[in-house]
Design a protein around this ligand. Structure first.
Ligand code: SF4
Length: 430
């Protein structure tokens, strides 16, 4: 069969479609980049915001319209609204998040045992969905109760994948040529809480760092209250990227309380300071919601001030998105969209300035970059872009195509138009 994959939303969704593709490929099926060629199409949907849900429906309709004979909707939006998904023209099946792990055996009528014995090799998906970094799912669901969040409703309680399965996926990625492994989940820091002899994310890292063949290991995102101080010792291994994405969501304690987030700004700052003392130069990125119900101008000003005081290397800003089924949806004092969007824009400017300041520290230094995308330029060379270990995006030109290679680069100057630096390859690079 020819199979087309698409996913919307988080890295977990991306890692899930890659894993499914690896299994289908190992069973002799072909993964195609165009739904028009596909006998079967699988779209991993998202429900985190109103826009993500709309994008999911759009992708399902387009995939069906472009000719895929069988269209499977899976992921958070399809799990929460199966009838609506099946009501979309051309959608033939809905597989909810709980069944997703066995989607291949369900579709092909094979026993999970047959699938568990396959020798998997990860290959990037065709087309622009192809990535050099391998996102490895280690955990599913979440035990927290953030009042704005639908994800935990769509994905259920936190469940950890055993280290044996994770190691198998990492081996498949390494065998497929991946240089960087990104551990991902819904509540990554919740890994181990449900396993025999309760373990923590530190035990996972200890296990993964005993594996060889990859050059870099990155944590996708970890909630501040899940950060185990035992993790600090692992940065002695230079493969572990000096970058942490720790969601903040708001810089005002009253708003954090209304969001149902079990941490205050004081503890958040203490955590950042403790990690920074132990791992200098580490990059912190984060998520923030603008316009949460009840957020006054003063609250927002305090959030902006708090963000400026932390020295982030970057951040994602989301405008609060009212989601039916969440506690926040029923709250009073919803912020007018215009105000929320203005606050979003203001926070993006703050993060852009903070990012420029963080990157500026590394101008003139020599750092290693994993080149993620390359395209020929009119000078007969290649335009490259990639990421340093501490998550700085770098642009350069090269005589050779260095896609999916890690090379040293001198970081010359800030990029005039992007949140990035421009670098030049050293003699060691090519
Ligand atoms: S930690 Fe909060 S925002 Fe993140 S998935 Fe869990 S409930 Fe949602």
């Amino acid at each position: 069969m020819k199979i087309f994959f698409d996913s919307i939303g988080c890295r977990l969704n991306q890692s899930e479609v890659e894993s499914l593709a690896n299994i289908f490929r190992a069973l002799g099926h072909q993964i195609v980049g165009d739904p028009a060629e596909a006998d079967l199409a699988i779209v991993n949907t998202c429900a985190v915001t109103v826009q993500a849900a709309a994008d999911s429906r759009k992708k399902l309709r387009r995939t069906a319209r472009e000719g895929a004979s069988r269209v499977v909707a899976t992921g958070c939006w399809a799990t929460l609204y199966p009838e609506k998904a099946l009501g979309l023209e051309g959608v033939t099946d809905v597989v909810d998040n709980d069944e997703k792990e066995n989607l291949v055996s369900k579709i092909l009528g094979l026993s999970p045992e047959v699938i568990s014995k396959l020798d998997l090799v990860r290959e990037p998906l065709p087309g622009d969905r192809g990535r050099t970094r391998a996102f490895i799912k280690v955990q599913e669901g979440c035990d927290n109760h953030c009042t704005y969040c639908l994800t935990r409703i769509a994905r259920g309680r936190s469940r950890s994948r055993p280290l044996t399965e994770i190691s198998r996926d990492i081996k498949a990625a390494v065998d497929g040529g991946a240089k960087e492994i990104v551990l991902t989940g819904v509540q990554l820091g919740g890994w181990g809480g449900d396993l025999l002899g309760v373990k923590s994310i530190a035990d996972l890292l200890e296990g993964v760092l005993t594996l060889n063949g990859y050059a870099r290991l990155r944590l996708s995102s970890i909630e501040p209250w899940d950060f185990d101080p035992k993790l600090l010792s692992f940065w002695s291994d230079e493969r572990l990227c000096r970058h942490l994405h720790i969601p903040l969501q708001a810089g005002k304690d009253a708003i954090l309380k209304a969001m149902g987030r079990p941490i205050g700004t004081g503890e958040y700052r203490q955590l950042i300071d403790a990690i920074r003392n132990s791992v200098p130069d580490i990059a912190f990125t984060t998520d923030v919601i603008a316009g949460f119900p009840g957020e006054t101008d003063q609250d927002f000003a305090q959030t902006a001030e708090f963000i400026q005081s932390i020295g982030f290397a970057g951040g994602h800003v989301f405008t609060y998105s009212p989601r039916p089924g969440t506690a926040a949806f029923k709250m009073k004092d919803h912020i007018p969209m215009q105000t929320a969007k203005a606050r979003n824009a203001a926070l993006r400017t703050i993060f852009a300035d903070a990012g420029r300041e963080y990157r500026g520290q590394f101008i003139g230094t020599n750092m290693k970059v994993l080149w993620e995308s390359s395209r020929p330029n009119q000078d007969g060379g290649w335009d490259l872009t990639g990421l340093t270990g501490n998550y700085i995006r770098v642009y350069t030109e090269a005589g050779d195509d260095l896609w999916n290679r890690i090379t040293p680069v001198v970081l010359d100057r800030d990029h005039p138009a992007r949140s990035a630096l421009i670098g030049s390859l050293t003699s060691l690079s090519e």
